[in-house]
Design a binder for this molecule. Structure first.
Ligand code: ZN
Length: 212
């Protein structure tokens, strides 16, 4: 565990439940259970997901989006497998709320983080390749999978996570008529993030177009 992460975790102890509530962070568990009639009440920001179909029901935000970035939590502790933990860590780093729009748990559950209408705080870094800016937070969607902890980081992601990631990315890609590209954080950063071979999982071409 890095010193940075240890200090983040130590600081987490100082964050009270009321502090989390005060910033009105909505943690929405999105599971198959939501399809059941008794769970019909769907909050505005929720993203219904049917893990058996390639339809997550993603709705385009009003803001411009051209790229989608894949991240990992860089942590493999099962206790931290939840978007609310990411939210606490990000608050400690001075963010106003969790930086990612989506969080995918080890069991494949998709959780909502930052409102999709808002710019993420996920990959500040950017590169310009053939005149095209890759990265930066503006005009992006940010997805985080739990895992990739350790030093060196381990690839401990699950098939369930990949399935949810693929469904989500397909749904996003359809919403943008394939005019969106998908990237890993490591493309613009020296970090190993997201640790797993996302290009193969999503069958990306050299420009980041989705091939699934
Ligand atoms: Zn990252």
């Amino acid at each position: 565990m890095t010193n940075e992460k240890q200090s983040l975790q130590n600081n987490n102890n100082a964050v009270t439940g009321s502090a989390i509530k005060k910033r009105n962070h909505k943690v929405q568990l999105v599971t198959e259970a939501m399809a059941r009639p008794e769970n019909k009440k769907v909050p505005v920001n929720s993203v219904p997901i049917d893990k058996t179909l390639a339809n997550v029901g993603f709705q385009k935000p009003k803001r411009k989006v051209t790229q989608c970035f894949i991240h990992c939590s860089a942590d493999s502790n099962p206790k931290n497998d939840d978007v609310s933990v990411m939210a606490r860590w990000h608050l400690q780093r001075g963010f106003t709320e969790v930086g990612y729009h989506y969080f995918i748990k080890k069991d494949g559950t998709l959780q909502e983080g930052r409102n999709i209408e808002e710019t993420p705080a996920a990959q500040n870094e950017f590169k310009t390749i053939n005149g095209i800016k890759i990265g930066g937070n503006t005009n992006t969607i940010a997805i985080c999978l739990h895992g990739g902890g350790g030093n060196p980081p381990i690839n401990d992601f699950t098939q369930e996570q990949y399935k949810t990631l693929k469904n989500l990315c397909k749904s996003i890609n359809e919403a943008y008529n394939s005019k969106i590209t998908f990237h890993g954080h490591c493309e613009v950063s020296s970090k190993a993030c997201p640790v797993f071979d996302y290009k193969t999982v999503l069958k990306l071409d050299k420009n980041g177009k989705l091939g699934i």
